[in-house]
Unconditional design. Structure first.
Length: 367
């Protein structure tokens, strides 16, 4: 099968590029695949982070790709479609994770109609943070693809609410395997300056309001002094509101806040130092943080929103709470540490057996 994969690849960094690199490698095992990249992904004026590009301390895989599409240059939509047409793929694969990409990627797919099978992997249909015009953009994009891959029941339901007759397959979000080997917890804690005798919770990833970090910090005020919280990720809304909660409850000695993009080379320390990863999301679809946790056999505590329960409950790899609430979070943390943590860790293998990149690749090709 000949596949054109249009999405974010190296030298862009972050979860989207990491996901795409893993799936690209899986697809290449049995297919001819060419990666097509963005020339411009997010304009600097609207990008809230420090950098969109791989830094020297990232362990990013340099996927060989051709940069053809600018999200903000409509002329590139036509030229990008023409370059894909010259490649003459059986399948053109794209990913959709926010309405911002609808005009560019959706237009390219529309220009490819009847020339290639257009398959879209949908991370989110309705964004966690809604903006004016989102619904129109979503409809425009969904009308451009022939088939879809979803990785949670919530995204499936959203897709069908817009497109009841959509052809789709549901996959399990794969666990990551590219962040290196596990290291001893004491080694990781020494690097991060955290004592070995602390019960360490981890919150990891880009920080936005819908991820419920405010509730997790408040939950820390309900837990004993031997509980510490390690936060790794760049704040994309307001750091001050989180800092205010830390100060209100005098948690400065127990909350270790790394407000920055965590380089790939550091990921291993954050996960291996921790006893559990907590995802107290107020809304969600699926989460790459769970996939990364499972790479390091780290159990999780998640709120019952979107597809998070489906990434935990069937496998016995953590605890699910009813909603993102400080008291419920605190109770779940205490329950976790009073349980046999090794059982949770061993159960992660149940997830790993089905959540592979090869399985996802087979689903894409099957469509």
């Amino acid at each position: 099968m000949k596949i054109a994969y249009l999405s974010s690849f190296y030298p862009f960094r972050g979860g989207a590029a990491q996901f795409n690199a893993n799936l690209y490698n899986a697809l290449k095992k049995n297919n001819e695949v060419r990666a097509f990249n963005f020339t411009t992904q997010y304009p600097k004026l609207i990008f809230p982070g420090t950098s969109q590009y791989v830094q020297s301390d990232d362990i990013a895989e340099p996927i060989d790709s051709e940069a053809i599409l600018s999200t903000v240059n409509p002329f590139s939509y036509i030229s990008a479609a023409n370059k894909i047409l010259r490649y003459a793929p059986d399948i053109t694969l794209v990913r959709f994770w926010m309405p911002f990409f609808a005009p560019s990627v959706g237009s390219v797919l529309r220009l490819l109609k009847n020339k290639t099978r257009r398959v879209a992997i949908i991370d989110n249909v309705i964004p966690h943070e809604r903006r004016l015009g989102d619904i129109q953009l979503i409809k425009y994009f969904l009308g451009s693809a022939d088939a879809f891959v979803v990785m949670s029941s919530s995204v499936r339901d959203e897709l069908l609410s817009f497109k009841p007759n959509a052809l789709y397959k549901e996959a399990v979000f794969p666990f990551y395997s590219h962040f290196g080997e596990r290291v001893d917890s004491s080694v990781a804690r020494k690097r991060l300056g955290i004592a070995n005798d602390k019960k360490l919770l981890l919150f990891f990833g880009l920080i936005r309001d819908y991820k419920g970090l405010d509730n997790l910090i408040e939950a820390m005020s309900l837990l004993g002094n031997d509980y510490h919280l390690l936060i790794g990720g760049e704040v994309y809304d307001s750091y001050d509101k989180y800092d205010a909660i830390v100060k209100r409850y005098n948690l400065g000695d127990r909350v270790h806040f790394h407000n920055r993009y965590i380089a790939d080379s550091e990921v291993v320390d954050f996960f291996c130092a921790s006893d559990v990863c907590v995802l107290p999301y107020k809304s969600a679809t699926q989460s790459a943080a769970v996939g990364t946790s499972y790479q390091f056999d780290l159990p999780v505590i998640v709120s019952d929103t979107g597809g998070l329960r489906a990434m935990v409950d069937p496998y016995g790899s953590g605890i699910v709470i009813e909603k993102s609430d400080p008291l419920l979070i605190a109770r779940a943390v205490e329950e976790y540490f009073s349980s046999d943590i090794n059982v949770f860790r061993s159960n992660i293998n149940n997830y790993k057996r089905v959540a592979t990149w090869d399985n996802l690749a087979n689903i894409v090709v099957g469509l």
